[in-house]
Design a binder for this molecule. Structure first.
Ligand code: NAD
Length: 480
């Protein structure tokens, strides 16, 4: 059986403790590889390798760093088919989605930061009349930690690593233990691209041990984390006494507000995607759908029809557009919310059941599910399910829609469907979220800031924000 090994100082290694985890193929419900399970001894080795590599890497010219990152992007493109298939098998997502979104975006992340770093620089301030000049440097921090979740494995892993490396840091990174395969494959690509040994170290294993050892390491000076809000809280507590720089991209419960004056067909097809793409396991999915009363019944009927037309199936089949959930535990969590919905008096309009896919009966499949709720305070509308479950609720005024949208502890993203300019301006400003999409969804320009407010996180990724995060400013004041 294939073994997923750590990548430390340019070498592939098992854990010092020789511990292994099972890696499941969620579409088949069976173990298909073994994952080295790191503890603090392995993290210490990775840290030492990164520390040793830092002086040279941080002094490597920007052109050279950029060239290596571009080469990594090219090699991701060259290995496109292999990576997409691996991502689909490891995660349960349709191969078509891995090909359309995950792998192209992973290459784009490296390409984007390879270019962005060539445009990033410190600043100078002349204190006129005082014979004084200030120069502000943006210096690489040192060894930084990058920790990512399972839903968009290579996409989110590379989204952290690329800016960290571009800015001249060396990295100890950990993908999710639920989907480690493409991060393992990336190690080989980085080596082939000429990334020097120790610059990127990839550790595998459980969050509580491997992840915790990265976060608690006193000399790993910055942590970029994407994952659940509870884990983010734990990381914030662990790192606060050490004054680490922290970027936290956490959970969401995003509203999707639909007004009667919208472009109906575009809204409907996008809403099916924003509800169920990647089986609803995208932090930006719109899981609370609020519809203006004038079109509520029509929308409900059309949305149910379109949702029922999704083809649930084996992720590698080309006709599948809805694959498996990522793990047995996650399947059970999602299913438990259907019981909660019933107890809360919600009406199941579509789905709500586990599914057996022919020949893959042990896979973790669940129907795309639409619930109709009457009360915004119900658990279905307040807790992140992170699966293929959305709720519908009607509203009758702009004020009510705004209130419903903001009545949550989360604030990652929101989508508004309207052709009324005044309304779209008002909602853009008054919705409490880091990202507001008007008449679109998952539309990303990598230069723009990405992140949440409230319990959805702290800090912004993307563009120069990530390069600011992965550097420390130093001001030098000179008089003459
Ligand atoms: P998770 O918090 O369980 O795990 C995320 C990562 O953190 C994994 O690599 C895990 O091993 C590690 N980890 C767990 N405990 C740790 C600890 N004590 N110390 C250090 N690392 C630890 O999240 P998940 O279940 O993998 O992902 C789903 C969550 O991620 C959802 O809440 C989703 O909304 C969120 N998410 C957010 C964004 C965003 O950009 N805001 C993007 C994708 C996913």
């Amino acid at each position: 059986m294939q073994k997923i090994l750590h990548f430390i100082n340019g070498e592939f290694k098992a854990s010092i403790s020789k511990q292994w985890l099972d890696n499941y193929n969620p579409a088949e419900g069976k173990v298909y590889s073994k994952i080295a399970d790191a503890d603090e001894q392995d993290v210490e080795l990775a840290y030492k390798a990164a520390k040793k590599a830092f002086p040279n890497w941080s002094k490597t010219t920007i052109d050279k760093r950029s060239e290596i990152l571009l080469k990594i992007a090219d090699l991701i493109d060259e290995n496109f088919e292999k990576l997409a298939k691996a991502e689909s098998i490891d995660n349960g997502k349709p191969l078509s989605l891995a090909k359309a979104v995950d792998i192209p975006r992973a290459a784009a992340n490296f390409r984007f930061y390879a270019k962005a770093i060539t445009q990033f620089s410190g600043k100078a301030y002349e204190s006129q009349g005082l014979n004084t000049q200030n120069i502000t440097l943006n210096q690489a921090i040192g060894v930084v930690g990058c920790i990512s979740p399972w839903n968009l494995p290579l996409y989110l892993f590379s989204w952290k690593i690329a800016p960290a490396l571009a800015a001249g840091n060396t990295v100890v990174a950990k993908p999710s233990e639920i989907t480690p395969m493409t991060a393992f494959m990336l190690a080989d690509i980085c080596q082939k691209a000429g990334l020097p040994d120790g610059v990127l170290n990839i550790i595998h294993g459980r969050g509580q041990s491997a992840g915790q050892a990265i976060v608690a390491h006193p000399d790993i000076k910055a942590i970029s984390f994407t994952g659940g809000t509870a884990t983010g809280q734990h990381i914030a507590k662990t790192t606060a006494p050490m004054f680490k720089k922290l970027s936290l991209e956490l959970g969401g419960k995003n509203p999707n507000l639909i007004f009667a004056d919208c472009d109906y067909d575009k809204m409907l097809s996008t809403t099916v995607k924003s509800s169920f793409a990647n089986q609803g396991q995208i932090c930006l999915c719109g899981s609370r759908i609020y519809v203006e009363d004038k079109i509520y019944d029509k929308f409900k009927k059309d949305f149910i029809t379109k949702t029922k037309a999704l083809k649930i199936g084996y992720p590698l089949d080309s006709s599948t557009n809805f694959g498996a959930l990522v793990s047995k535990e996650h399947l059970e969590k999602v299913a438990s919310y259907i019981d909660i919905a019933k107890q809360e008096g919600a009406k199941i309009l579509a789905g709500g059941q586990k599914v057996k896919v022919k020949n893959y009966e042990k896979g973790y499949y669940f129907e795309p599910t639409i619930l109709e709720v009457q009360n915004n305070q119900c658990r279905i509308n307040q807790e992140e399910i992170f699966g293929p479950v959305v709720s519908l609720m009607k509203f009758s005024s702009d004020d009510e829609a705004l209130q419903l949208a903001n009545e949550t502890k989360y604030g990652l993203s929101a989508t508004v469907w309207t052709n009324n300019l005044n309304r779209s301006m008002r909602f853009s400003k008054e919705i409490n979220a880091g990202i507001v999409w008007i008449n679109t969804w998952l539309n990303r320009d990598l230069r723009t800031p990405f992140g949440g407010v409230k319990q959805s996180g702290l800090g912004r990724e993307g563009g120069f924000d990530a390069l600011e995060f992965f550097t420390e400013q130093k001001n030098i004041c000179i008089t003459y």
